[in-house]
Design a protein around this ligand. Structure first.
Ligand code: SF4
Length: 391
């Protein structure tokens, strides 16, 4: 019976999926206050996907193993079990925003010093990524305006270092379209801009600004030719000034998150379980559901066969040393290796300074091998069209 649910999804042809998705109104997925009236068609298709996704998100035991098996089958069919390693450089922990789940929020004084790398320091670190034969240089930072200048100066030098045989992936937050243009012209290929939650009210409360702004950034990046990554935080919540939960994420919202990622046709898609971080309004909250995170990843693989899906380090915080391996076994194909110099790694408290799992190169290779995934490394990097996920 449960198996039939997955079969229903697998049976939808790509053309049919496109047709159904195109008919679903984004304002209906996000429960936006600007939705005036949802068409009957949108409602029917949205509810079809939502109810299937919600049921599958709850899979456990044998049903869950079957789900993962199918996700691995899809990965094998479309990606030949090739996987990606990305070398990340976290260039500043300064941030002007105050997302309520993030220890790097501007108000958090417990984080300590805020650091900033120069273009030279970025290049210096990129040398180590090249030496490890990793073909994706991932530059990540808190959201501050200055990163446009620093990073656009560093990119051409990194390209030169790799003799152009490199993919430059950025995660620098919201910026005006002009800045995205500057970075693209400097040589960036990909940009991660997670919506974190597709729910209008939860997004507003948790991130402090409008979901529509974030979605407009995704559109800006896609229109400039970037490969775009987005995704969700599983277990996100919003609290009021007294620390009481005001909005708690529901499985329906998680189903909508997947629907939104599909509707936006992103090239990379992630699910991270929420990890409560010190110095944030959510510090006392419980962590996200790791099992549901894995189910979401498996569903993402089945629904978007070619996208790049990372198995994130937060899985190790909740599931122990094998957490990221479980993510690969659920259909992910990407691991991010941390190349930030060790004395800065703790200060880049992406989810928690105390609990953060810092992924090492050997560990990444080891879990990829255990999962039967062959990492794409230099100098045998295939054509860009293979390495960059294709929709
Ligand atoms: S999630 Fe990003 S934008 Fe929000 S506070 Fe953290 S670093 Fe800043």
């Amino acid at each position: 019976m449960k198996q039939n649910l997955i079969e229903t999804l697998l049976d939808i042809s790509e053309q049919e999926k496109e047709r159904l998705l195109a008919a679903i109104q984004i304002d209906a997925i996000t429960e936006s206050p600007y939705l005036e009236k949802e068409s009957t068609e949108s409602q029917e298709y949205r509810q079809f996907f939502q109810s299937l996704f919600q049921e599958i998100l709850h899979f456990e035991d044998n049903e869950q193993q079957l789900l993962f098996e199918i996700a691995r089958y899809v990965r094998h069919k479309y990606l030949e079990n090739k996987g990606n390693l990305r070398g990340v450089i976290e260039i500043t922990n300064a941030c002007e925003r105050s997302c309520n789940y993030c220890p790097m929020r501007i108000e958090n004084e417990e984080l300590g010093d805020r650091y900033n790398f120069s273009s030279e320091k970025i290049l210096e670190t990129a040398i180590e990524i090249k030496e490890a034969k990793i073909p994706i240089v991932f530059i990540q930072a808190g959201e501050i305006k200055a990163t446009t200048k620093t990073v656009s100066r560093a990119i051409p030098k990194i390209r030169q270092l790799f003799e152009n045989n490199v993919i430059i992936l950025l995660n620098l937050g919201d910026k005006p379209k002009e800045d995205y243009t500057i970075l693209k012209e400097a040589g960036a290929n990909q940009y991660i801009i997670k919506f974190e939650t597709s729910n209008w009210n939860l997004h507003k409360q948790a991130r402090g600004y409008l979901l529509s702004d974030r979605l407009n950034r995704i559109d800006d990046l896609l229109s400039l030719g970037y490969e775009v990554g987005s995704g969700t935080i599983v277990g996100l919540k919003a609290v009021n000034a007294n620390g009481k939960i005001e909005i708690e994420q529901t499985p329906k919202m998680l189903a909508n998150d997947l629907l939104l990622a599909m509707r936006k046709k992103v090239h990379m898609c992630s699910a991270s379980p929420f990890v409560p971080g010190k110095g944030t309004p959510l510090a006392q909250m419980s962590a996200g559901n790791a099992s549901m995170t894995l189910n979401w990843m498996a569903l993402a693989r089945i629904m978007m066969p070619k996208v790049m899906i990372p198995s994130v380090s937060a899985l190790n915080v909740l599931l122990g040393q094998d957490g990221q391996l479980k993510g690969l076994q659920a259909g992910a194909n990407t691991i991010t290796v941390n190349f930030t110099p060790p004395n800065y790694q703790d200060q880049y408290a992406i989810y928690s300074k105390q609990k953060r799992y810092k992924v090492k190169y050997e560990y990444a290779l080891d879990i990829m091998e255990k999962a039967g995934i062959e990492p794409i490394l230099l100098p045998n990097m295939p054509s860009r069209s293979f390495l960059l996920s294709q929709n």
